[in-house]
Design a protein around this ligand. Sequence first.
Ligand SMILES: Nc1ncnc2c1ncn2[C@@H]1O[C@H](COP(=O)(O)OP(=O)(O)O)[C@@H](O)[C@H]1O
Ligand SMILES: [Mg+2]
Length: 363
Amino acid sequence: MIIKNLSSKGFRNFSGLEFSPAENMNVIYGDNAHGKTNLLEAIWLFCGAKSFRGAKDSELIGFGQQKAVNSCDFIFGEVEKNAKIIIEDKRKAELNGKMLSSASKLAGNFYAIVFSPTDLNLVNDGPAVRRRFLDTAIGQLYPIYNEKLRSYMKAVNQRNTILRDLKFHSDMEFLLDDFEASLAVNIKDILKYRYRYVEILKEILPEIYGGISGEREILDIEYSSPISKDLPVENIAEILKLSRKEDFITGNTSVGPHRDDLDLCLNGAKVKNFGSQGQKRSVCLALKLSEAKVLKKITGEYPIALLDDVMSELDQNRQNFILNHIKDWQVFITCCDPSNIKGLKNGTVFEMKGGNFCNITVK
Ligand SMILES: Nc1ncnc2c1ncn2[C@@H]1O[C@H](COP(=O)(O)OP(=O)(O)O)[C@@H](O)[C@H]1O
Ligand SMILES: [Mg+2]
């Protein structure tokens, strides 16, 4: 994947930005609050996903503007394409001049990974962030997974409602039998994607970790769930039934993919409990870069890498790894401290001021 041109009008603080990035490393440099993250956000939206900052669509329209229009020429599968996103009262998207039924349908037509400072908590935070990592990665590869996940979450919420209602109508417990039988099918389906994704990640992660950290420790990853990979649907339904007693009390479903986690170990010891700060950061970075490699392995296409403001959080060795070892793909890095990019050997630096570029330097 390579972005050739991007234009943005009425999006955040862009009144009419025109951007023709280099095919390799692009550094977006500038003081705070000038629009660096806005630019990465604009690129990310072409994946068909929501803003990685969790912003609502209405917040993306420039102050005092009626609508935002972003247009991107890019190469995908060696073919030049164009995607357009129009954010008005609703978000709409076009691909090669044809309106899509919804903007989320851009998924699968444009690939990117995003790494921002919150991702440096991928190891330290609770399981929800690691599940989100998995779900974003899988959803980009297989857009249908997003729909499956939505219906699974809806089914979990329905089971919770039934559980809570049973407090008043305990004679209705039989309702759960059929419901759990179909929920078990959903669970099996989601787990199939998750286990398979982690299997592929396992092949890629250790090498990338070694490259970043320069260490010889072995990084291993496992999908952690009380429901094992090959467990038949009937047994999953049985597990749900067995958990009813506990779930009645809490009113929540205690087993299923919405409770699972990823285990990350260095030489067999859990990184979360035993890793140093530096090791944890390397693992987070390795996870994100592996996400890109998995995409490449499965689709044949390298995603765009969007690295937002992470350089100042990393030591010089890790900075240099990012600046000079991510080859063969297009990278966008934002930073505001010039010392963070002094190790850059090959790339273009775009200085951003007030939502526009004021300086472009090729190294
Ligand atoms: N909807 C919007 N309309 C106009 N300006 C906006 C909007 N949303 C954010 N901004 C402006 O964008 C700037 C922040 O951009 P950002 O990309 O986060 O900065 P940074 O360069 O630090 O990454 C701020 O000046 C903010 O006022
Ligand atoms: Mg920023």
